[in-house]
Each structure stands twice: as structure tokens, then as C-alpha cells.
Design a protein around this ligand. Structure first.
Ligand SMILES: Nc1ncnc2c1ncn2[C@@H]1O[C@H](COP(=O)(O)OP(=O)(O)OP(=O)(O)O)[C@@H](O)[C@H]1O
Length: 260
């Protein structure tokens, strides 16, 4: 069952067309990847979906409601069911970890301070952070820890849909792999839908259930990696993001890990 549907979406900045009629759907409970090279319109699509930037035309439906064409109160209720972890994490530098995680609870829930603290500690635990981290400030944390705090903050209101914008950018390979495993674990524990924007091929291998590939203003593929691999084996052209040595290495690893 689709939880998000994007239909015939056109986006344009001035004369520059970014999306030329793209359509896809995200199913409940899946990790859905939005992939494409630099400038292919991934971030713009995310902004269209999060009601941050209006597309020229087309519909974006969450839970069967067109978010660009409903009453503000209804839209707010829908957007409150979405958690977002933006690319640069943007933790509040003047707040400690616990307050960063509890920020949205303070703003949007009616819980008292003790409950907010308890919930914030629970989210920290769930993203694999020791309780000792709670009193630290962002500048005292490693890149991987900052990402986890940002993730805990995005989860704080128990969203149905979690949006991740380039979640592994800036992380070394091992930290990125650990983060990917965490995402998969969270999806299973929390039974949420995850939409992940990325250009990092390594980070999709073991995490995404289905994906779209954006290229030349269009979606050139929608499906699972297995389906994309089958197309490759039949000699279909691969999207640019899978071309060259990087793509070959990706498929070699994929082949070894997934088809034994
Ligand atoms: N506010 C804006 N005004 C004008 N052009 C913009 C604006 N935002 C993005 N663009 C242009 O739209 C195109 C798509 O940008 P977008 O950031 O969505 O791509 P992306 O796939 O997320 O790229 P990257 O992976 O490099 O972040 C680019 O050509 C970019 O220069």
C-alpha cells in the first residue's frame, strides 16, 4: 500500500526545468531511496515533498491527501507525522544532546519536562548512544555521533515517515556502514517508512528496499536493486550514477553479497 504518491511532478527554477513530469510511489514500511548524480534534483524533490518549495504542477499525496492542496491544519497534522534529518544535521550548538533530541517534544507535545527527558533518553538509547552523551554539546561529538543525535531528534515525535537527506555524507566508510545498519534496525523495530535521499551507492546496498534513479529531469528507474541488477545483466543501459569503475565495483560487491 502506498503511503506517498508523487504524480506528474514538474519543478522549475526560472527557465531551468528540474523535474519534467516525474511519478513514483513509496510503500508503507519500506526504505525507499532517491538516487541521482549531483544536480539531478534530489534535494529539490525532498523540498517539494516536505512542503518547503512549491512545484510548478503535479500532485504529492501523503496518506491520500494532496499536501499542496489541503487546509493548513490538516497539512500540519500530516507533516507532524514526518521526521526529517537534514543533510548537515544542524544540531543547536548552544543546546546539549538531551535538549537537542527533546526540542520538538518541547515545541509540539504536551508532555511535562520529566517525560520529555525520559523520552529523549529512550531515543538516544535506540540510536545506540550511551547515556553519558546526553550532557555533551555538539562540538564534543564525533561526526557519527552527531548524525545519531540528529536521527534521534528526527524520531522524537514517533513519526510514521522518516526522511533522511544524504545521511552518510561526511562519514568514513565504517561509520557509514554502521549508520546504514542502524537505519535498517530502526525500520524493523519501529515499523516506519524511510525515504532516503543519497548519491552514496555504498550506503544503499544493504538498506534500501526500492529506489528511484533521477537523471535528465526524469525517473529512469523505479524498483529494487535486484530488478536493476537483472536489467544490467540483460544489457540495459545503466544510469550515469552506476557507470564507470564505481558502478562496476558496486555490482561486483552486490553480486557477491546477494546472489550466493
Ligand atoms: N533555489 C534555487 N534556485 C535556482 N536553482 C536552484 C535552486 N536550488 C537548486 N537549484 C538548481 O536545481 C538543480 C537541482 O538541484 P538539487 O540541489 O535539487 O540537486 P541534487 O540532486 O540535490 O544535487 P546535489 O547532490 O549536488 O545536492 C541544480 O541545477 C541546482 O543548481
Amino acid at each position: 500500500m502506498s503511503i506517498i504518491r508523487v504524480e506528474e511532478l514538474y519543478t522549475q527554477y526560472g527557465q531551468n526545468i528540474i523535474h519534467n513530469g516525474i511519478s513514483f510511489s513509496v510503500k508503507r514500511g519500506e526504505i525507499f531511496g532517491i538516487l541521482g548524480g549531483s544536480g539531478s534534483g534530489k534535494s529539490t524533490l525532498l523540498k517539494n515533498m516536505l512542503f518547503l518549495e512549491k512545484p510548478k504542477s503535479g500532485t504529492i499525496t501523503f496518506f491520500d491527501e494532496n499536501i499542496w492542496d489541503i487546509a493548513e491544519s490538516k497539512r500540519d497534522r500530516i507533516l507532524n507525522r514526518c521526521g526529517v534529518m537534514f543533510q548537515f544535521g544542524a544540531l543547536f550548538s548552544s543546546m546539549n544532546v538531551l535538549d537537542n533530541v527533546g526540542f520538538l517534544l518541547t515545541q509540539k507535545s504536551h508532555y511535562d519536562n520529566a517525560t520529555i527527558e525520559r523520552l529523549s533518553r529512550m531515543w538516544l538509547d535506540l540510536v545506540g548512544l550511551d547515556s553519558k552523551v546526553a550532557d555533551k554539546y555538539p562540538y564534543e561529538l564525533s561526526g557519527g555521533m552527531k548524525k545519531r543525535v540528529a536521527l534521534a531528534r528526527a524520531l522524537a515525535l514517533s513519526p510514521d515517515i522518516l526522511f533522511l537527506d544524504e545521511p552518510t555524507s561526511g562519514l568514513d566508510l565504517q561509520s557509514a556502514e554502521r549508520f546504514d545498519r542502524l537505519i535498517v534496525k530502526l525500520k524493523e523495530i519501529l515499523n516506519i517508512t524511510i525515504v532516503m535521499v543519497t548519491h552514496d551507492l555504498d550506503s544503499i546496498k544493504d538498506s534500501v528496499d526500492r529506489l528511484i534513479l533521477l537523471e535528465d529531469k526524469k525517473i529512469v528507474f523505479e524498483g529494487s536493486l535486484n530488478e536493476l541488477y537483472a536489467q544490467k545483466k540483460q544489457g540495459f543501459n545503466q544510469a550515469k550514477i552506476f557507470s564507470g569503475k564505481r558502478g562496476e565495483r558496486f555490482w561486483q560487491d552486490f553480486d557477491m553479497e546477494h546472489t550466493q
